[in-house]
Design a protein around this ligand. Structure first.
Ligand code: SF4
Length: 174
């Protein structure tokens, strides 16, 4: 019987399922910690994209002007779009980033509204995404913006994924 069917039959809140979740908690947390940092191909991709963006962006600030989220950060009220873009590039270039650049990275929800605003095909969504990765410490540097730490979220995702896999799939994939 597949794990999914077992859980459907007995319900995930039963002591046995809870025990399984508790038993695997440490292993899952260790896996999560290992996977938190981009590695290999992903790191190379981020590096390449960063170089491309640094070379292509003219710091015109049009992407910032098009962003629907700026109104949700008091730090961005009256901010100069060109200065914010310059701050974001500074962050990508290994600098500290201006308070406005960090504020913009914090409120980004990846709407993509900035993409068509850029006349230079920079892909500002990627630019701000990388800025956010840097600012949140996701690339190994100091954390400069608050990020929501919900370690249980990923554990829950993995636990439920595992409960839907066959024994062979668990052995091969997890
Ligand atoms: S990403 Fe594009 S729109 Fe934004 S500042 Fe750079 S060139 Fe201008």
């Amino acid at each position: 019987m597949r794990s999914k069917q077992v859980v459907a039959a007995i319900g995930w809140r039963t002591p046995s399922v809870r025990h399984w979740l508790q038993h695997n908690q440490d292993k899952m947390s260790a896996n999560m910690a290992r996977q938190a940092m981009p590695t290999g191909a992903m790191q190379a991709f981020v590096r390449k994209e960063t170089e491309r963006i640094l070379a292509a962006c003219t710091k015109c600030g049009k992407c910032f002007e098009a962003c629907p989220m700026t109104r949700y950060s008091p730090k961005l009220a009256g901010a100069d779009p060109k200065a914010v873009a310059t701050g974001v590039l500074g962050l990508l270039n290994g600098g500290e980033g201006s308070p406005e650049a960090l504020a913009w990275a914090s409120v980004c929800v990846r709407s993509g509204s900035c993409v068509p605003a850029c006349q230079d095909n920079v892909d500002p969504k990627m630019m701000v995404r990388i800025a956010r990765m840097i600012a949140s410490g996701g690339l190994g540097g100091t954390k400069k913006i608050p990020v929501r730490d919900d370690r249980d979220y990923y554990d829950r995702v993995r636990a439920f994924a595992k409960l839907q896999l066959t024994e062979d799939e668990i052995k091969n994939w997890m």
